[in-house]
Ligand binder design. Structure first.
Ligand SMILES: [Zn+2]
Length: 145
């Protein structure tokens, strides 16, 4: 069987917990402009989950995606070892995919962790950061000069 998962693949119960957390976080989305609620749930190396939702603003560029909300919550509480993030939206026919800005922010914390992209029914595809953002620029590159 083909291996299509990162080296630190999650146990099924972890995956379900993470997906449910992202769906729950979506309920808090503040998205009066896009009407496109998104939730994210981030699993740390020591088993904690930090969730987030999109938070829009009347000054549109100041809006923040769910993924970055979750990451900022985790970092601000002292956690930066991430195993996986799950993302949920109301899309029925497509898996929700992180935007380019979020991919770069996630990549800051490594390339070998898992991104679970879901449909509204809870089905998902999983990719590593390396797969979602190949040939990326990261903190290690700043040490090369
Ligand atoms: Zn984003």
């Amino acid at each position: 069987m083909a291996q299509d998962c990162p080296s630190r693949a999650l146990e099924p119960e972890h995956v379900q917990r993470l997906l449910l957390s992202s769906q729950e976080a979506k309920k808090s989305a503040y998205c009066p402009y896009s009407h496109f609620p998104v939730g994210a749930a981030l699993l740390t190396g020591n088993g904690l989950i930090f969730s987030g939702c999109n938070v829009e603003n009347a000054c549109y560029p100041l809006g923040t995606c769910a993924e970055r909300t979750a990451i900022q919550k985790a970092i601000s509480e002292g956690h930066k070892d991430f195993r996986a993030i799950a993302i949920s939206s109301d899309l029925q026919d497509d898996f929700i995919s992180p935007c380019g800005a979020c991919r770069q922010v996630m990549r800051e914390f490594g390339t070998d962790w898992a991104v679970y992209m879901t449909k509204a029914d809870g089905t998902y595809v999983v990719r590593t950061l390396q797969e979602l953002l190949p040939a990326s620029f990261g903190p290690e590159d700043l040490q090369k000069i």
